[in-house]
Structure formats: structure tokens, C-alpha cells
Ligand binder design. Structure first.
Ligand code: 13P
Ligand code: SF4
Length: 300
């Protein structure tokens, strides 16, 4: 029996659902029941009838699923699949940040630990950060953590009083303005789609700033034939698969998230065989983090 057949058999026997982020390896995306961006996968996790969620992504995503579906078993196939950006602020650092700005409201990017979510008022993802900030009463100061690049984009778009935390994604900041200029020279007709985690000198060179799910929707809905994709390279696989008549060019082959790539088909199988590795968020942290996530899910 092939690995995929063994996964399919166990998925059925255990009533499991496999969720995969758009940056996952092609074979992992292919075996998943749902692929998507952070928001789409959070929604899937919140509404699934399955008993087990195998989360093919990084730890904060599995933690979010565990917080939103406390009665399900959430498995992360490799415990080392973390997100360095999420580890760039601790709950204690956030408490100190808040103490400097009494009366402020905290918006935390979903790329954060459960403890940091628990210290926050609202969660957001790259696809709804602007809408979440716009839903907060005017004239309050907003503390945006941990991604300063997404935060800067939100600040410019909403024109709100926002303090940024200096976190960033090591994969996205590897992409330079020079990379985009070179790709544009090679593909002058291509539309440039960039992720808001990119740095400030890169973003003005994009035609659109979108979450990974937003890029997939945009490419499907538009007639343009060529796209320069300014984010982690894994998404090119699903873009090309869903739009076989269009061309997608990666802007920098080194824009690879090593954590996302830790999940392999074998590890998905072992995860279902051995029920590993269980991600549990409990007690007060889970309840407070859920409040921040629920506030986000009610807005968009
Ligand atoms: P998306 O929500 O756009 O998929 O982004 C998640 C992420 O980790 C980007 O680096
Ligand atoms: Fe974290 Fe960046 Fe990897 Fe996304 S691409 S999971 S932000 S390290």
C-alpha cells in the first residue's frame, strides 16, 4: 500500500481531517482535505465534524485549531515546526509593552503563541488585519504585535495610531527590492502579488498586497496570464494547479520557510498511526486566547 493509501485508510478509521497551509510541500497539499491561508484554516478547524485534526503547518496554526476546537484532538506531525516570528514576542514582553501605553488595545497577528493571544484583545490574520483594526473604536491607541511589516501596512492603510513591535518573518525579509525589479524586467506583463509580511522597500513595487488565500482568489478571478509571486515559494504549486492556463514566477527561490517544509507525507502518516504530536492549549490561556480569536471571527 502506498503512503497516501495508508493515510487515506487511517483518516477514515479515525474520522480525521487533514488541513494544510498553502506553503506546504506539494504532496502534503495533495493529501489534505483542505488547503488554505491562516484564516481559512482557522475557520475549517472551528467548524469541522472530525474527531481529529492533523494540522500540516506550523505550531501556532495547530494551537489556534486546538483553541477553537477544544473537544477535538489536534496533531502537529513535527513538533519542531515553529514560526520564528511567533517567538519574537513573549507574553511578559507584551505585558511590559501594554504597561507603557495604558488604555491601548492590542491586536496580535495570528502568528503568535497562545500566551500572547491570551494577552491580546483581538487576533487578526494577513487577510483581515485592516478590517479588524477598522472595527476598533477610533481614537484609541493600538499596539500591533509581532509583525512590524504587516503592522506598518495596516497603519498606512487605516491611518490609525498604531505602535509596532519589531518582529518579522525571516523568510519574507529575504526577498529584496532588487529581486522584484529583476523579475519585472524579465516578465514585464506580469502582475506582482506580494504578501504584507514583506519589508517596506518591497511592498511599493507590488500591484497588490494579499494573504496567500487572497493571491489564490485574485489569480482565479482575473484574466491576466502572468504573475510574479512575492511570498514563500510553496504557494506556486497551488496557484499553478488551480490555474493551468496561467504562469506564476517565483521572485526568489530562497524564499522558503524551513519550518513549513518539516512536514512530509511520511510524518503525516506517522502522525495518524501514533496519534502524534498532540497540541493542547488549556485553562485560562485557552479561554482568553479564544476571546481574541472570536472577536476576530465575528468581524470577518
Ligand atoms: P497567510 O495567512 O497569508 O497564509 O500567511 C501565513 C504566514 O505564515 C505567512 O508567512
Ligand atoms: Fe512564520 Fe514566516 Fe514561516 Fe510564515 S513563512 S510560518 S511567518 S517563518
Amino acid at each position: 500500500m502506498s503512503i497516501t493509501d495508508r493515510i487515506n485508510k487511517l483518516r477514515k478509521e479515525r474520522n480525521a481531517v487533514i488541513l494544510a497551509h498553502n506553503y506546504q510541500l506539494p504532496e502534503v497539499q495533495d493529501v489534505a482535505d483542505f488547503t488554505g491561508d491562516s484564516l481559512g484554516l482557522s475557520r475549517q478547524a472551528a467548524k469541522t465534524d472530525a474527531d481529529i485534526i492533523v494540522f500540516c503547518g506550523v505550531r501556532f496554526m495547530a494551537e489556534t485549531a486546538a483553541i477553537l476546537s477544544p473537544d477535538k484532538t489536534v496533531l502537529l506531525p513535527d513538533l519542531l515546526a515553529g514560526c520564528p516570528m511567533a517567538d519574537m514576542i513573549t507574553a511578559e514582553q507584551l505585558r511590559q509593552f501594554k504597561a507603557k501605553f495604558p488604555g491601548s488595545v492590542v491586536v496580535c497577528y495570528v502568528n503568535s503563541t497562545a500566551e500572547v493571544k491570551a494577552e491580546s484583545d483581538y487576533c487578526c490574520t494577513s487577510s483581515n488585519a485592516v478590517a479588524v483594526v477598522n472595527a476598533i473604536p477610533k481614537n484609541v491607541k493600538i499596539l500591533f504585535v509581532p509583525d512590524c511589516h504587516l503592522g506598518q501596512y495596516v497603519k498606512e492603510t487605516t491611518d490609525r495610531d498604531i505602535e509596532l513591535w519589531p518582529g518579522y518573518c525571516p523568510t519574507h525579509v529575504r526577498i529584496t527590492a532588487e529581486d522584484i525589479k529583476k523579475a519585472k524586467a524579465e516578465h514585464p506583463a506580469a502582475v506582482v502579488l506580494a504578501h504584507p509580511e514583506c519589508s517596506e522597500d518591497v511592498k511599493p513595487l507590488a500591484d497588490k498586497l494579499l494573504s496567500t488565500g487572497g493571491m489564490l482568489k485574485y489569480a482565479k478571478a482575473h484574466n491576466d496570464r502572468e504573475y510574479i509571486i512575492v511570498t514563500e515559494v510553496g504557494i506556486i504549486y497551488s496557484l499553478a494547479k488551480k490555474n493551468p492556463e496561467k504562469k506564476f514566477f517565483s521572485v526568489n527561490e530562497r524564499a522558503i520557510c524551513p519550518n513549513m517544509k518539516l512536514i512530509t507525507l511520511e510524518k503525516v502518516l506517522w502522525s495518524l498511526e501514533n496519534m502524534q504530536y498532540k497540541i493542547v492549549v488549556s485553562g485560562d490561556i485557552a479561554a482568553r486566547a479564544r476571546d481574541a480569536l472570536d472577536r476576530m471571527l465575528k468581524i470577518v
